[in-house]
Design a protein around this ligand. Structure first.
Ligand code: C5P
Length: 402
């Protein structure tokens, strides 16, 4: 699925060394189906060639308002009509000041004034002192008040050799912001706690008992919840996946650690989505040193005890979050999932067939609640996660916490 299919973007570059990163952003956004018209200020052309941006975008690059290729000399109007967003990256101190004051003395600043309802996303990039300057801060506050969405800036090493706030977001972060921008925001202001992945129970310092959960579903749900405007904490067992953009990940190994981490966060959460495949048992007699093979060939005798049921514990909290459970079953899904929902005491339980869902990229989710069950279509995990988040936002009581 292309995340930016049919989206028309005007990408404005202003003067800054971060221009070199924008070539990569352009490529990644195109890979997702976006059609991109590039507009560059004169200063931007000192940092990256218009030819580069033209070759990458496959479309004419616009440099000034007097471009003879535009027959009606109305590039400042034509470019934004029908566009889905204008992204200014990098946005220099000077350009932000222009935006704040409605100056229109080059093509890019003029089209930002002439844009009408076209959304404006601005990714500042400048030295930390320039970013902290009261005039810059005033101007940023002004363009925000005028409706611009500010992307970043990030903190870190700067091209000038200083360290601080003012770095432009990385290309993959700009892309995540742009994709998220086009998603509805039904969870704005909500805090969502999610568990994902397997847990891993120690036998000795080298060996563990775990399961085959990849974490893909939980991570997709974390991304979808973040895109929907929520603040997201993801308590994750061991997986190979990178944390979704702007999701706070807490790494754990065992079910006991996951239980502790979830308990720690649950009081702050409005919604808890328990996607992790938590190990049901842990080894009581785990060894502190590596178990050696016995000369007589006998296997070690492991003793087990049950792990705490994290979801059931959270569902029991008197004013805890609104809880969503998961059930992966190999058979009798409808019967087992509804029974599990009742047993765990959760308003919503999401069922899927383990053999279809485990490690796969696509899944069919079935939602069980008091009204019965509804199947979502078979979708990629991110698309399915977005549908699930929309359903959760719909079902969420207006005021889940007293
Ligand atoms: O108990 P069972 O594993 O069948 O239920 C699955 C649901 O319960 C999932 O939402 C899973 O994340 C959660 N669970 C849990 N703690 C456990 C076992 C399962 O939170 N110890």
């Amino acid at each position: 699925m292309l995340e930016l299919a049919d989206k028309r973007i005007v990408l404005g570059l202003t003067g800054g060394i971060a221009c070199y990163k924008v070539a990569e952003f352009l490529r990644r956004a195109q890979d997702q189906g976006a059609v991109i018209d590039v507009v560059m200020t004169e200063a931007a052309t000192h940092f990256i060639g218009a030819t580069t941006m033209q070759a990458l975008s496959g479309r004419p690059v616009y440099l000034d308002a007097w471009d003879e290729r535009v027959p009606n000399s109305m590039a400042h109007i034509n470019l934004t009509r029908g566009a889905d967003a204008i992204v200014i990256a990098p946005a220099s101190t000077d350009f932000i000041a222009k935006l704040a004051n409605g100056l229109a003395n080059d093509l890019l600043s003029t089209l930002c004034v002439a844009k009408g309802n076209c959304p404006l996303l601005v990714a500042p990039a400048m030295n930390r002192e320039m970013w902290l300057h009261p005039a810059t801060q005033r101007n940023v506050a002004q363009i925000k008040a005028d409706g611009a969405l500010i992307l970043g800036p990030a903190e870190g090493d700067q091209a000038c050799g200083e360290t601080g706030s003012g770095r432009m977001l990385e290309p993959h972060e700009l892309l995540a912001e742009l994709i998220a921008f086009f998603q509805p925001k039904p969870l704005r202001g909500k805090r969502v706690l999610i568990t994902a992945g397997p847990t891993s129970e120690k036998i000795d310092p080298i060996r563990v008992i775990t399961n085959r959960s990849s974490g893909k579903m939980g991570y997709a749900i974390a991304q979808a919840a973040r895109e929907a405007g929520a603040e997201v904490v993801l308590v994750s067992g061991p997986t190979a996946l990178p944390a979704p953009y702007q999701v706070m990940r807490v790494d754990v190994d065992s079910a006991a650690q996951m239980h502790a981490a979830v308990m720690n966060e649950a009081g702050n959460a409005d919604v808890f989505i328990s996607v992790a495949a938590v190990a049901d048992w842990r080894v009581v007699n785990a060894s502190g040193s590596k178990l050696k093979k016995q000369a007589d060939g006998k296997a070690p005798q492991l003793e087990f005890e049950a792990n705490p049921d994290i979801l059931a514990d959270i569902a029991r909290m008197p004013s805890g979050p609104w809880c969503v459970g998961f059930a992966a079953e190999t058979e009798n899904l409808l019967e087992y999932a509804e029974a599990k929902r009742k047993r765990k005491g959760v308003p919503l339980l999401v069922g899927n067939l383990a053999q279809q869902a485990m490690n796969a990229d696509e899944t069919e989710l079935i939602l069980f609640d008091d009204a019965g069950h509804t199947a979502l279509p078979v979708l990629g995990k991110l698309a399915a996660a977005r549908k699930l988040i929309a359903a959760i936002a719909d079902k969420l009581p207006v005021s889940p916490k007293p």
